[in-house]
Design a protein around this ligand. Structure first.
Ligand SMILES: *Cc1c(COP(=O)(O)O)cnc(C)c1O
Length: 370
């Protein structure tokens, strides 16, 4: 039926978010038993055993609405971060906070949003959906940030600037002095949103974040998530740290109960499980060194990464395209991430897995390149 109902033009123009492929999809497509997914930067150690226990114990609470605003988790997070609870907004993934910021701050047709190209696609998708002008500034050739270009793209109409540290998909993490200088250069009418989804994987986390000096930056928003280092991607839990007035406004417009009761319980348990977090960080940091060495051994060009993934290019002599290699690996049950949707058709991204998964990836890639 050709309906005649109204659809906003912004919606008709949207291209949807491109997710990593799922294990089920690939098992079915190729009739495979085992499939390894190193495509979405998920936690290589899976779900913390303590979180699993809490989820089993609390399953009977599924019939209840959560307490509005999830104050228990907000307070626990605020205490662990050393910030006031009034600054913390939880979301259904940090994706929800990105969406809320874009719906709360810029007025469609009036304001703009600025980000790097390439960067996490949601910044642009949600801006376009909201009808807000989205300006991008290319990264430099070495995938570092073009601060001058970003500053030049910001004018009095700019409501939000998004940067990702460490960056996705490159793994690059800018020196904090550069972020500080950029923050200082912005007009007081513009918020700086620093997406720290992968900050836990930096060699020195506190040295790479402005969290500790938040008080000096009234326009700073930090985004963090339980999806990566805490292993809760499927439960959807993230948060923003921001000025209290903005936090209050986000809470006013968001849908009630977007963080569900089991996600809240899991978040509390995950925060309490320091061992799992440390093991995750150690696994990622060893795996990153191994993968980098092995990829370079195969002649690949690997970007330095402060994150739980590596971006690389195939050896210059390789007759196969990145897409060919991605598809050959896929047919062997190894899912990695092509970066065409990021505008980088010649690059691939692989998440750091367990030691065994990393070795299997290198073995299969060696076979494909041979
Ligand atoms: C994974 C990721 C997130 C986190 O998304 P969630 O909604 O919290 O799962 C945010 N930003 C970037 C750049 C990411 O890669």
């Amino acid at each position: 039926m050709a309906g005649s109902f109204p659809i906003r033009p912004e919606v008709l123009e949207l291209t949807p978010y491109t997710p990593g492929l799922s294990i089920d999809e690939i098992q079915q497509r190729f009739g495979l038993g085992r499939v390894v997914k190193l495509a979405s930067n998920e936690n290589p150690l899976g779900t913390s055993p303590q979180v699993q226990k809490v989820l089993r114990d609390k399953a009977g609470l599924a019939f209840r609405y959560t307490q509005s605003g999830n104050p228990r988790l907000v307070n626990a997070l605020a205490a662990s971060l050393g910030v006031e609870p009034e600054c913390v907004v939880l979301g259904n993934g940090s994706d929800e906070i990105i969406d809320l910021l874009i719906r709360v701050c810029p007025t469609p047709g009036v304001h703009s949003v600025v980000a790097c190209q390439p960067s996490f696609s949601l910044y642009g998708l949600q801006s376009r959906f909201a009808g807000v002008a989205f300006r991008t500034v290319p990264l430099k050739n070495d995938f570092s940030f073009d601060w001058q270009g970003l500053r030049a793209a910001v004018d009095e109409s700019t409501a939000l600037v998004f940067i990702t540290t460490p960056d996705n998909p490159s793994g690059y993490c800018p020196p904090v002095e550069e972020v500080r200088a950029f923050a200082a250069s912005l007009p007081p009418t513009c918020l700086l949103v620093v997406d720290e989804a992968y900050i836990d994987f930096c060699d020195d986390m506190s040295a790479h974040s402005l969290l500790g000096e938040r008080a000096s930056w009234p326009q700073l928003v930090l985004l963090r998530t339980f999806s990566k280092c805490y292993g809760l991607a499927g439960l959807r839990l993230g948060y923003g740290i921001m000025p209290p007035r903005l936090a209050q406004l986000l809470c006013t417009v968001r849908l009630p109960f977007s963080v569900n009761i089991l996600a809240e319980e899991a978040g509390l348990a995950a925060l309490g499980d320091a061992t799992f977090r440390q093991e995750t960080i150690a696994t990622v940091s060893h795996g990153r060194v191994y993968l980098r060495g092995a990829l370079e051994g195969l002649g690949c060009q690997v970007l330095p990464s402060q994150s739980n993934f590596l971006m690389f290019q195939l050896p210059p002599s390789c007759p196969l395209s990145a897409k060919d290699v991605f598809e050959k690996l896929l047919s062997q049950g190894m899912i990695i991430r092509p970066l065409t949707s990021y505008g980088l058709p010649g690059h691939l991204r692989v998440s750091v897995g367990t030691r065994e998964e990393n070795q299997l990836f290198i073995q299969l890639l060696t076979e494909v390149l041979a």
